[in-house]
Design a protein. Structure first.
Length: 502
């Protein structure tokens, strides 16, 4: 026996537990799947439930809807920072203890989010919520895969995938209904019973299946660099639109900090004996291409998911509930097709399945680019249904490819790093999409107002009509400006036609 084998043997002996316990069976398998799925559901739900509630949160706290999106991005960034720590934390404390503790801390921070009296405190508590939520999704994958025989790994991932797809469906719908009928803090309070039930069930089933614990030194330098470059990057993306991007010295400084610390972070993590993020995983072709493809798709998807309810509520007159209804069907085909994909992922080429899903995503985004303020509910619904079908055919195949061929002891770190890249892409996608939306809307608003100087007679007639209907001059001008804002957020094709009409 060589020294490395002896060391592993000593680690096993120190905790008196096998490194690979037998799969669960019967009722324990079913309840274990439910417990892990509930925690995942709660986590993913919290990343989407606030989307349709942003206008209400912003109005209640006295800030603009664009500032309100910090409620979404702050959670995403904090979550992204803590997710890569999953591998190290799992080895230090054990997967079961870490997972259960994360759930309980998530419940506490959810209560604090609902109790927040200002945007600053809400964003702070959302940062805490994102930090403690980091290990939940990677460890739910790890514990679920360990609960099933290797031959049924595809089915396990399919069941896990259904949960992650149901949450985005329930999020906008549930968030909209709660916001309209109760109040927005309850979108966070509903985590309390779900989280407590999941934590108790998980501990009772998995406490005898704890993973091997080793007292590894923490990579404080790597962790500090991670926090600095991720924080600087996200702050640059969020503040850029307000400060005119690189015309601002602050944005230039943040960009330099993010770039320099990211390069130093890569060098440090590749040379550190116990890195906080195992960058070496990207040496594997499956992991590298799977994680990057999944992240690009998620960035596009999540940015679009954030933008749609804002547009529907601000410029289409939808309530939070109706906006949720327009987005909720994204999971119908996803839920129906995910079990099929889970069974066939070992038979069909996952690369072909994922490529087909990307083509459908492109078609969905093209359809949405044609939306105008005259688009009815059914036409808004159709691309949402197609998007759900594509989600099933890209999420599970790419997740399977990403984790394929890795030994069990590296799966927590791999799942953590993969989710880190995915979550960062989602937060960046949100910032980039909202920035582009604002800048293009401002440009089109300017273009649409240019011809007004040539049609002063028509403008005067319109103002007189509004004044005769009881509106004041200011109210009339605000109404005209709102109509122009509505048209400015439409597709370029529709705008061109309207400019020709003017």
């Amino acid at each position: 026996m060589n020294s490395s084998e002896q060391k592993i043997g000593d680690d096993k002996k120190s905790v008196n537990l096998p490194s690979a316990p037998a799969p669960l069976t019967g009722a324990q398998l079913m309840l274990g799947t439910v417990a892990l799925s509930l925690a995942t559901f709660m986590n993913v739900l919290d990343s989407s439930i606030a989307n349709v509630s942003i206008p209400s949160i912003a109005g209640d706290l006295g800030v603009s809807p664009n500032q309100g999106t910090w409620v979404i991005t702050s959670f995403g960034v904090a979550n992204a920072i803590s997710v890569p720590l999953t591998g190290w934390l799992t080895q230090r404390f054990g997967a079961v203890k870490l997972f259960t503790t994360s759930i309980l801390l998530f419940v506490i921070t959810s209560f604090l989010c609902g109790f927040a009296p200002s945007l600053e405190l809400l964003v702070f508590f959302r940062v805490l919520q994102g930090l403690v939520a980091g290990p939940m999704i990677p460890l739910s994958q790890t514990l679920l895969l360990a609960s099933y025989p290797p031959a049924k790994a595809g089915i396990a991932l399919a069941l896990w995938g259904v949960t992650t797809l149901v949450a985005p469906v329930a999020g906008p719908l549930l968030g909209g209904w709660i916001t309209d009928n109760i109040s927005w803090p309850w979108i966070f309070y509903i985590n309390l019973p779900v989280g407590l039930f999941s934590a108790v069930l998980t501990w009772n089933i998995y406490k005898t299946r704890e993973t091997t614990v080793r007292k590894l030194p923490i990579d404080t330098v790597g962790l500090s660099l991670l926090v600095i470059w991720v924080g600087a990057l996200q702050l640059m993306l969020d503040k850029g639109k307000e400060l005119d991007w690189f015309a601002s010295n602050l944005i230039v400084g943040l960009a330099c900090i993010a770039f320099v610390t990211f390069i130093i972070f890569l060098i440090w993590e590749l040379t550190e004996e116990h890195p906080v993020v195992d960058i070496r995983l990207f040496k594997g072709r499956n992991f590298a291409f799977g994680a990057l493809s999944l992240s690009i798709a998620y960035g596009l998807f999540f940015g679009n998911v954030v933008l749609m309810p804002l547009w529907l509520q601000q410029f289409m007159g939808y309530t939070a509930t109706s906006a949720g209804m327009a987005l909720a069907p994204v999971g119908i085909f996803a839920i129906l097709l995910t079990p099929l994909v889970g069974k066939k992922v070992a038979q069909w080429d996952p690369r072909v399945m994922s490529t087909g899903a990307f083509v459908v995503f492109a078609f969905v985004l093209w359809l949405r680019a044609q939306f105008t303020t005259d688009t009815d509910f059914n036409h808004i619904l159709f691309p949402t249904l197609l998007q759900g079908a594509a989600m099933a055919f890209f999420f599970i195949p790419l997740t399977t490819l990403t984790l394929a061929g890795l030994p069990p002891n590296r799966i927590p770190a791999a799942a953590g790093l993969s989710n880190f890249v995915r979550i960062m892409a989602g937060a960046m996608g949100t910032s980039i999409v909202t920035t582009l939306w604002e800048s293009r809307a401002a440009l089109h608003h300017s273009h649409l107002t240019e011809p007004l100087s040539q049609v002063e007679g028509n403008l005067s007639t319109t103002l007189n009509t509004m004044l005769n209907n009881g509106l004041s001059v200011n109210q009339s001008l605000i109404q005209i400006n709102r109509v122009i804002d509505q048209q400015a957020t439409q597709s370029l094709q529709a705008l061109t036609q309207q400019q020709q009409d003017l």
